[in-house]
Design a binder for this molecule. Sequence first.
Ligand SMILES: [Zn+2]
Length: 455
Amino acid sequence: MDLVVKNGTIVTASDIYQADIVVEGEKIALIGHGLSGREVIDARGHYVFPGFVDAHVHLSLPVGDIVSSDNFATGTIAAACGGTTTVLDFITPEPGQSLQEATVARRKEADGQVAIDYSLHLTAIDTAPETLEALPELAAQGYTSLKLYTTYAMRLDDDQLLCLLAAARKCEILPLVHTENHAAIEYLKARFLAEGKTEPRYHPLSRPPVVEAEAANRVLTLASLTGTPICIAHLTCREALAAVEGARARGQTAYAEVCPQHLLLSIDDYDRPGFEGAKFVLSPPLRDRSHWQPLWQALANGGLQAVSTDHCPWTFAEQKQRGRDDFTQIPNGAPGIETRVPLIYSEGVGTGRLSLNRFVEVCATGPARLFGLCPQKGTIAVGSDADLVLWDPNKEYQLTHENLHMNVDYSPYEDVTAKGYPALVLQRGKVIVKDNEFVGEVGAGQFLKRNPIHL
Ligand SMILES: [Zn+2]
């Protein structure tokens, strides 16, 4: 036996118990009492969580002529330091590029650069015959989820959505859908600009909750016709939550993820002095505080299945400045890949909103299950990858950007001190983070072939 993690309190989505974990090679070989191994890690006083899974990140995302500031190396190192050992990024074809070509290109960018294990969601930007033919082939290669957009340049109309939802069902692929009504956003943006309203505070007003709820409701309605289970990406408001709950009440399989920023930050952040509000320009935008409680409640009771970050950092000093005179030109997105787990622990478990089991469920097991990674990832079980986070429940850590590893010049949580932080992070049996320092290897992360989504 290569390694034993002794005396920790193991927490999974369903259980809490004290035991030793034996690791052989890259897998968990045994869980029990009084176990031994060549190397011993003493986890006394710590929780032992499964490595956390972030199912929604955008590393090296090109938008126009700029690229999000974390690449596959810096972003995955930061993720690891925050306790995340698996991330799911995206394959987004350029116009004229096939989904297959885009997949090969994205793999080339990531393989050899990632510091933790990863997979990629497909994105469909059209319904060309080549796209539809590529889906079953790519699903067989382990790409079993499909991002669909209702806004931005990649947006699809209802005909295309129906076609792709039907195709996804056939290939056992789970659609992950960005739901906002494009025409409504364009209309509101144009109106504000015409009135000379150009500051960041008009960003959320140009994308109000009804705009998200309309698209969520529409996509869910279309999915009911094709019989396709879907997941709503980064759900932000009670109106969209009601659309998901309505679909479930009609018998549909509907999932939704939520991001920490929508549980912890609000529309008030756009009113910060000067141009500071630009730091919070992300889409769908931050809402007023009245949405926090229903979202936390849904996270606790099973209404929301996963906490993802939508990590997409842009530097404040340069990249965000593009929108100084026009909020519609501010690149959308914010950093979060490193702070997700400490924030949800601190603000969820620490305040009594989430049980320890539910915290593990929404940050690890839920996303792994949703996207075809269970039982390899997301849980602590014999045969699972030995991705483990030894958690110090008493460590306090200020989430200022100077304390973090993300390649960006600000943190949305500069003044927030998290209580509870990773002490040691293991990926497949190897220590990759110790005392908040990355000690793993860039390029050691592996691509994960995911299971089909069983209907
Ligand atoms: Zn996203």
